[in-house]
Design a protein around this ligand. Structure first.
Ligand SMILES: NC(=O)c1ccc[n+]([C@@H]2O[C@H](COP(=O)([O-])OP(=O)(O)OC[C@H]3O[C@@H](n4cnc5c(N)ncnc54)[C@H](OP(=O)(O)O)[C@@H]3O)[C@@H](O)[C@H]2O)c1
Length: 238
């Protein structure tokens, strides 16, 4: 009997991560969907809730052990832009070492450690996907307005982590695709303070964002591995 594929969503407590879990479930394509969040989601039918704090490597390693292999799809949808009322920097004078370290810890190091522990679970003999949610503002060539130093830099560094991971994964898993993804502006806690001025048709619901990104992922090929793609399927230059 051929078993249905397994998917993993890390950051399932967030707007986009939660919508990923629901969208994957709706496809009916996955036999098991492992949904990880800092507060473990409730398990039901094909969805298995578990705990990951991406700033705690032990929690990531333990979660990967519970999942086992093979895993056909890994989505990493964790991230932060503001925390505890501290908003992104508008100017150099606002830079703060602890805030910069924290945003790199969550946005760059956390997903890197998730790649470390979950990429070995990908099958070697068939297509497998890793999608890491990044952001267009992590593109250095696309930076025209400055500001948001920590967030921009943490996502640019994340894109580099994804690129190096993709090169390594391709050596043992030639059919695998590992990419960074920009979801567009999505109506979640993260974007809430910055939604003014966004045209209503450009503020996506988490459900729409998740569907769009899953469509993009579906269309990717091994030649695309290591790149950054937007919600519309267009490649974003570094
Ligand atoms: N919304 C947008 O417009 C937009 C645009 C571009 C890129 N993005 C990216 O999309 C991704 C998802 O964000 P979102 O919009 O869905 O925001 P969100 O609703 O705030 O979700 C963020 C998620 O990250 C999780 N998280 C934060 N720190 C964590 C940690 N240490 N360990 C584990 N999980 C942690 C949060 O967990 P808790 O639920 O436990 O707090 C939450 O699940 C982020 O990478 C963000 O940068 C979003």
């Amino acid at each position: 009997m051929v078993s249905l594929p397994t998917a993993v969503v890390i950051g399932a407590g967030g707007g986009i991560g939660g919508a990923f879990v629901a969208a994957l479930r709706n496809t009916g394509r996955y036999g098991r969907i492992h949904a990880f969040a800092r507060t473990p989601p409730t398990s039901f039918s094909s969805v298995f809730g578990g705990q990951i704090n991406v700033t705690n490597e032990e929690s990531i390693a333990a979660a990967a052990m519970t999942v086992g292999s093979p895993v056909d799809l890994v989505l990493i949808a964790t991230g932060m832009l503001h925390e505890g009322g501290r908003m992104p920097e508008k100017a150099l004078r606002e830079l703060d070492a602890n805030t910069l370290a924290r945003i790199f810890e969550v946005n760059t190091i956390g997903p890197a450690l998730a790649l470390k522990h979950f990429s070995p679970l990908l099958p070697k003999d068939r297509r497998a996907m890793i999608g890491v949610i990044s952001a267009r503002v992590g593109s250095i060539s696309d930076n025209r307005s400055g500001g948001w130093f920590g967030y921009r830099a943490s996502k640019a560094a994340l894109n580099m982590i994804v690129k190096s991971a993709a090169i390594e994964i391709a050596r043992s898993r030639p059919e695998a695709v590992c990419v960074a993804l920009h979801p567009g502006t999505v109506d979640t806690r993260l974007s809430l303070p910055f939604q003014h001025g966004v045209a209503p048709d450009r503020l996506f619901s988490p459900e729409r964002a998740a569907r769009q990104l899953l469509d993009v992922i579906d269309g990717l090929k091994p030649i695309d591995t290591g790149k950054v793609f937007g919600w519309d399927g267009e490649e974003i230059q570094p």
